[in-house]
Design a protein around this ligand. Structure first.
Ligand code: V47
Length: 401
């Protein structure tokens, strides 16, 4: 299989695929509080905290969707992105005990695991053989693996699979590496980049609020630390993503402030590509008594992320957490990206059921869902470049193993 990349960012490229124009008619909105927000959107003014709260408080979900869809279509027309990727969670052994996390295990506990370099190389090799352009590698804060182990994993992958993009390590892991290697954040990131790191995922942000931090993920890096790692990565030329974990003990005010903090950092040190709002899955966690999000709350979170983060290019619905069905609907609520084929995922298991790590979408199923929603599916790589495949080597119904 051969593939080539071309930039996706030019409006001209997208317009060819765009058969609908972005339109907004605030006079039709039944919630009048949303009309001044529409004016701001049309005029290119960033939304305030109060605007964010007005969006949360509205019961006019269709006008909220129209606003988010307008902002989405201005940027991406009728294109919806996906990628062929594979998530590798190299260990679930973790020094932390976050209450929302069903994934972490202590050393020796039932279900604790750690992959060897050879395991990771084999999985990446399978991914390459089935057409993946990216591996997304994250794990727990392993108490005794040395920093060299992580460098060796990246350089071993780069040597074996030069074209494969290595998106790896959350800000929490990076902070852990600074402690085990006794290096600064900048030094750790520079060493990882040298070894093959291509970009960073957005995990570990949770909710930027001390109250929520102390209640649910005490012991984890706080907001300022997470933001500092991403700032440093951007300064070193690494693209990163951002997340928010919503639907547990946080308030809507705290969510809104989280989004504003991300927008601020993007202004000061640009480098974020995508916001991924992660819908909290209570099952199996210490917060298992909580009800989790409703579909409407998921749609609101995605739409409000699009509207508040006017300096982020992409909003991703991670189907593992929002479900495939809602992710499809969310394409009309501000979302332009559906992550990818994933294949194996350990951190949460809503779609697969308890104990089942195999969580996979075929390219055909992702495309079908996008087309049915009225969008044009575009395969992208991690940096949102279009992937062009040689059709001679492409088979319909192709399945990632
Ligand atoms: O950091 C943990 C979250 C994150 C639960 O950057 C949970 O492209 C819901 O960050 N319910 C990892 N969420 C996933 C992540 C991610 C996923 C896809 C794409 C990208 C990207 C990033 O999952 C963790 C944590 O915030 N998480 N437990 C739970 N029970």
């Amino acid at each position: 299989m051969t593939l080539a990349l071309e930039p996706l960012s030019t409006a001209a490229t997208l317009q060819q695929e765009d058969c609908r124009v972005a339109v907004l008619n605030p006079a039709r909105f039944s919630d009048k509080a949303l009309r001044p927000i529409a004016e701001k959107l049309i005029g290119g003014t960033s939304l305030s905290f109060d605007d964010g709260m007005a969006l949360w408080n509205t019961r006019d979900i269709f006008s909220l969707g129209e606003l988010a869809n307008f902002a989405r279509r201005v940027r991406h027309g009728n294109v919806a992105y996906y990628n062929i990727n594979r998530h590798i969670n190299y260990t679930n052994i973790c020094a932390l005990s976050c209450k929302f996390c069903e994934f972490q295990r202590k050393r020796g506990a039932a279900g604790a695991y750690e992959f060897s370099h050879e395991d990771v190389f084999r999985m990446a090799g399978e991914a390459v053989a089935s057409g993946a352009t990216e591996v997304h590698i994250v794990g727990g804060l392993h108490p005794w693996l040395p920093f060299d182990w992580y460098l060796g994993m990246l350089s071993g992958l780069r040597t074996r699979y030069a074209k494969l993009h290595l998106k790896a390590f959350t800000a929490i892991e990076i902070n852990h590496f600074t402690k085990i290697a006794r290096l600064s954040t900048r030094e750790v990131l520079a060493a990882l980049k040298e070894a093959g790191l291509g970009s960073m995922p957005g995990g570990g942000a949770e909710v930027f609020d001390d109250r929520v931090h102390d209640e649910v993920f005490k012991g984890k890096l706080r907001a300022d630390g997470w933001l500092e790692v991403h700032r440093t990565a951007h300064e070193l030329g690494l693209k990163t993503n951002a997340t928010i974990l919503y639907g547990h003990v946080e308030t809507r005010e705290e969510r809104t402030r989280h989004l504003l903090a991300l927008r601020e950092l993007q202004k000061e040190a640009p480098g974020f590509q995508t916001i991924i709002p992660l819908s909290f899955i209570p099952e199996g966690s210490e917060l298992g008594h909580l009800p989790g999000n409703t579909g409407l709350e998921d749609l609101k979170m995605l739409a409000i992320s699009r509207l508040m983060l006017d300096n982020f290019e992409h909003v991703k619905a991670f189907w593992i957490m929002q479900s495939m069905k809602l992710s499809q609907v969310s394409l009309d609520w501000g979302v332009d990206d559906l992550d990818g084929t994933v294949v194996w995922y350990d951190i949460t298991k809503r779609e697969a059921g308890a104990g089942n790590r195999h969580q996979e979408q075929t390219v055909d199923s992702i495309k079908r869902l996008i087309v049915e929603a009225g969008y044009v599916p575009v395969e992208r790589d991690t940096l949102y470049r279009r992937v062009i495949r040689d059709p001679a080597n492409w088979t319909t119904g192709w399945h990632v193993q």
